[in-house]
Design a protein around this ligand. Structure first.
Ligand code: GRF
Length: 193
């Protein structure tokens, strides 16, 4: 899907809003020789996102935007991405919905991770809804982003079994562990590696 040119890693930007545990796993992965990407930019809509600290520690350029004027903000982000020669975007706990205009500019080059087995449980409060419905399994999905929420082509999924006394927290924790493994694998798959 995404072609590697020469030996250089493809520059990626990671968009976050919170803790950044997926960002952490992506940074770790990006430093490996086998990784087709380097992480050159972190974008957040939240100045208090803990994940921004990871950027600082790892000397990765960070930019924070408030999305009050979405169209204007997205255009600023697009010019930042151009300036940093970013070719692929990884959304990792990014809580803003990108516009069709933005997505079109990076068609097929934006990935997202979602804590459910899509197409089931799109949107927010995933774990709560899964438990209310007495599901036997849940999991996580890495997918390409299109203009519909959590609906683009699925790249990879990982299933987890729900235990008898599962709580929202225990399920979130269980799924998150798998997310950290799944995102790097999905990136390798996108690059046909
Ligand atoms: C993850 O569960 C991700 O799937 C969801 O938001 C959470 C972000 O966690 N979209 P983190 O910020 O990567 O720790």
């Amino acid at each position: 899907m995404v072609k590697l040119t020469g030996y250089k890693k493809v520059k990626a930007a990671v968009f976050i809003s919170g803790t950044g545990s997926n960002l952490k796993s992506l940074i770790k992965f990006s430093k490996k020789k086998k990784s087709p990407i380097s992480i050159d930019l972190i974008i957040s809509n939240n100045p208090k996102a803990k994940g921004l600290r990871l950027g600082k520690i790892n000397k990765i350029k960070r930019k924070v935007y408030n999305f009050k004027k979405k169209y204007k903000t997205e255009n600023q982000i697009l010019s930042d991405l151009k300036e940093h020669k970013i070719k692929i975007i990884c959304l990792a706990g990014f809580m803003k919905v990108l516009s069709r205009n933005f997505i079109t500019k990076f068609r097929g080059k934006i990935l997202n991770i979602h804590p459910s087995l899509l197409p089931k449980y799109k949107g927010l409060n995933t774990h709560q809804r899964v438990l209310v419905n007495n599901e036997k399994y849940s999991g996580c999905t890495v997918h390409l982003v299109n203009s519909k929420l959590d609906s683009g082509k699925i790249v990879l999924q990982k299933k987890v079994k729900i235990s008898k006394n599962e709580t929202m927290n225990s399920l979130a924790e269980k799924v998150l562990i798998q997310e950290h493994k799944l995102y790097p694998k999905a990136i390798l798959k996108v690059f046909n590696l």
